[in-house]
Design a protein around this ligand. Structure first.
Ligand code: SF4
Length: 158
């Protein structure tokens, strides 16, 4: 799958189940018009920094953390509906692979997606995979740097 023009799909088994708190939060955020903030949620240090940064951005007024799991695999859930109907969606990917950006552009629309590549900003740990190989204090410092750069860019575009 090396051709960027060659799209592919993943088949997902349906479910009638719902996450109770996901429904509550999704409905609340939809009613309050909150802007969803997502990260790629990758397992490595790059994904972790993106995840921490997304958590920080989501604490700011007008934003709230979105769940990618429900967005992708429970399409009728309140969480997924909130994210899909939001006027703007903020996404912090961990690196240049843009694992979520490439999906979300098709799922919520490229025009309303504010996308960020965290690694492009801090440019470290490229030979590290394990989250614990970077001390927690340092992880949080880098995540704060990313969150601040995302918030500054969002403010500039507002
Ligand atoms: S964007 Fe990078 S860090 Fe995030 S899941 Fe993909 S490969 Fe991992």
């Amino acid at each position: 799958m090396s051709n960027p023009d060659q799209h592919f799909s993943i088949e997902v088994e349906g479910t009638e189940k719902r996450c109770p708190v996901g429904e509550t939060i999704g409905n609340r955020n939809m009613a309050e018009g909150k802007i969803p903030v997502l990260s790629c949620e990758g397992a490595c240090i790059r994904g972790e920094i993106a995840r921490l940064a997304a958590n920080m951005v989501a604490k700011e007024e007008g934003y709230a953390r979105g769940c990618h799991g429900e967005l992708f695999s429970v399409p009728d859930s309140a969480m997924a509906q909130w994210i899909k109907k939001a006027e703007k969606v903020v996404l912090i990917d961990g690196c240049f692979l843009r694992c979520h950006g490439r999906i979300l552009e098709n799922l919520v629309g490229k025009e309303k997606l504010a996308q960020f590549d965290a690694l492009r900003v801090y440019r470290k740990y490229t030979d590290v995979f394990d989250i614990d190989d970077v001390p927690e204090v340092e992880r949080k410092e880098v995540a704060r740097q990313i969150a601040d750069s995302v918030l500054a860019a969002l403010e500039e575009k507002a």
